[in-house]
Design a protein around this ligand. Structure first.
Ligand SMILES: [Fe+2]
Length: 381
């Protein structure tokens, strides 16, 4: 598609702090002028639809469901990556941090050699300009996994890493402080019985603690050396937040309790919560609800997590759900703030000089519908 954008008129434009009816002009892939009311010349007629900045998604593991569409089924890497890219872009996301897991999880997942194969496919897509969205890598590091450091080093040798998160899904901790929820989650995911899952919990906890003590500082030091932003994951206690602060995290993914979310807020660490959590009215693993977090002023970033379309839906729903949040503030949680915490100063906002990553959104009742997407002024959807 080579539809080069020069002007959008008749649009409900969502800036970082307000919304107004007007137009914007684009040149060289950037926004060069914004005005209220009637446009000085004809351009793309938005017919009164919203124009919002292209969404910035920091944590989606949705590539996994294209690459592993059924347990033990591996799809062609390039086919998976391209189908995933189309879904991401059609959800209004123009910058995506593909979340790839480093280090095996309990269910035997973890990409291992496949991690590099996916890295290759993503690199090929970038090299040949095949993508609709801009793809960056977020390595989700399962800290207690025996192979996590090895996976990260092997990936880093060949590809860029734009974000690393430090995960620990040890039973009895963080996301799985409640052991019953741990058993239920992994029964569903792995097909094993609860007895099988729980049979060697004590041994697993001990092994995990020993490995984490080595892996965690090694990966934090690596991220610092490479200037890669770090995210904490599932912080549950105030002590865990204190550890994350010492490690210099830029954002906190899915704090599981209101205490930990407030500790992040008070220490100016951006809090990310799941858009599906906000839409569904609760966390799928029974932890802190995004709504409660937002009501306490502890929601800076939304992530689509496992449903790409949830990002725009949740942002448009926020003003109805949370007092004091207007559409501009809601849209910031999926554009400007995620761009800022990951050091992407050239995008995330409709302002002169910023990249023309733009999404035209119509409303179907209360559901926002993506009508068109431009990245750097080029039509991609
Ligand atoms: Fe988690």
């Amino acid at each position: 598609m080579t539809d080069n954008l020069t002007l959008i008129e008749n649009a409900e434009i969502v800036l970082a702090d307000c919304t107004f009816r007007g137009w914007l002009a684009v040149d060289g892939g950037n926004i060069v002028e914004i005005g209220e009311g009637k446009a000085p010349e004809r351009g793309h007629d938005a017919q009164g639809d919203y124009i919002v900045p292209g969404l910035v998604e920091l944590h989606t593991d949705h590539l996994e469901s294209h690459y592993v569409p059924r347990p033990k089924v591996r799809w062609n890497t390039m086919g998976a990556v391209m189908a995933y890219d189309a879904q991401i872009a059609a959800s209004g996301i123009t910058t995506v941090f593909d979340s790839l897991r480093a280090g095996a999880d309990l269910d035997g997942g973890g990409f291992g050699a496949d991690l590099l194969a996916l890295g290759e496919a993503l690199e090929e897509g970038r090299r040949n300009n095949l993508f609709r969205a801009e793809h960056r890598t977020h390595l989700r590091c399962e800290i207690p996994a025996p192979d996590v450091v090895e996976d990260v080093m092997a990936y880093a040798e060949k590809f860029d890493i734009s974000l690393m998160s430090l995960m620990d899904h040890t039973p009895g901790r963080r996301q799985f402080r409640d052991l019953e929820k741990y058993a239920i989650y992994y029964c569903r995911k792995s097909g094993k019985s609860a007895d099988e899952i729980m049979s060697d919990v004590d041994r697993r906890v001990a092994d995990n603690s020993a490995r984490s003590a080595v892996n965690r500082p090694a990966l934090v030091a690596f991220a610092r050396r490479r200037n890669i932003p770090l995210a904490s994951h599932d912080d549950t206690t105030v002590d865990e937040v204190a550890t994350s602060l010492e490690e210099g995290v830029a954002l906190a993914e899915f704090p599981t309790t209101i205490e930990s979310a407030i500790a992040c807020r008070d220490n100016k660490v951006a809090v990310m919560m799941g858009a599906p959590n906000l839409i569904r009215g609760g966390s799928h693993s029974g932890n802190l609800s995004a709504l409660e977090s937002a009501e306490s002023g502890c929601l800076d970033i939304l992530s689509s997590d496992y449903v790409p379309g949830s990002l725009l839906m949740a942002a448009f729903d926020m003003p109805n759900r949370i007092e004091g949040v207007d559409l501009a503030a809601a849209i910031r949680t999926v554009t400007k703030t995620p761009a800022e915490v990951t050091g992407l100063a050239d995008r995330g906002e409709i302002a002169t000089g910023k990249r023309a990553d733009l999404v035209r959104v119509a409303m179907a009742g209360s559901v926002p519908v993506v009508r068109r997407v431009w990245r750097g002024g080029q039509r991609v959807v």
